[in-house]
Design a protein around this ligand. Structure first.
Ligand code: PNS
Length: 188
């Protein structure tokens, strides 16, 4: 019988409960699912690709048919390289539809043999995005229940470091003078 392998490409900065919900759904309909993190040097990410990979690996450890990988270049080229037949994407609300349709049709133009499969995450995650998680955390709001506990912990560590940096406090593995406001004080 033909086995269907799919990739689930994205930025995952950070991975959320919405991503995890989709991974779980995808793992049930595909024989194999590869969560593929885009290595995009143009963006200024909160987490390095290595950090995101580690978080996703921990989050998906209980799924036997799910693996995590990274890629650059075209998604369709990566899909062909790993011999996947489908691209999994999530649609949360109608606002996602236009962008996702455009991307799916462009991917089909580039590689007609690949199918894009859309799945909807649980309603409770329909407003959830990595961008909002980053924004809420950066402004001091709680991200509990929006991301897995291990991600929440990592985001909190990031925010603590950013806070210390902004206040010129010593950072782990760095000299105290490397803090932002200390160097500003020197100039003043
Ligand atoms: O999590 P995101 O940011 O919504 O994921 C977007 C992603 C990574 C799927 C998209 O930007 C992508 O496929 N990038 C790779 C480059 C590519 O193939 N571009 C053409 C897409 S039509």
């Amino acid at each position: 019988m033909k086995r269907i392998k799919a990739i689930y490409p994205g930025s995952f900065d950070p991975p959320t409960n919405g991503h995890l919900d989709l991974i779980e759904r995808g793992s049930k309909i595909f024989d194999e699912l590869v969560v593929a993190i885009l290595r995009n040097p143009e963006k200024d990410p909160l987490f390095s690709v290595a950090d995101r990979r580690k978080m996703l690996e921990e989050m998906t450890a209980s799924f036997d048919n799910v693996s995590v990988d990274t890629f650059d270049g075209l998604t369709v080229d990566y899909a062909l390289r790993v011999e996947a037949q489908a691209i999994l994407r999530g649609i949360r609300a109608i606002s996602d539809y236009e962008y996702e349709l455009q991307m799916a049709l462009m991917n089909r133009k580039l590689q007609p043999a690949l199918e894009t499969v859309f799945m909807m995450p649980a309603e409770k995650y329909s407003y959830l995005s990595s961008r909002l998680v980053r924004e809420v955390a950066q402004l001091g709001g709680t991200i509990e229940c929006l991301v897995p506990e291990l991600v929440e912990q990592k985001v909190r560590e990031k925010m603590d470091i950013a806070h210390k940096f902004a206040n010129g406090e010593p950072l782990p593995g760095r000299a105290p003078s490397e803090g932002k406001s200390k160097s500003r004080k020197k100039k003043a």
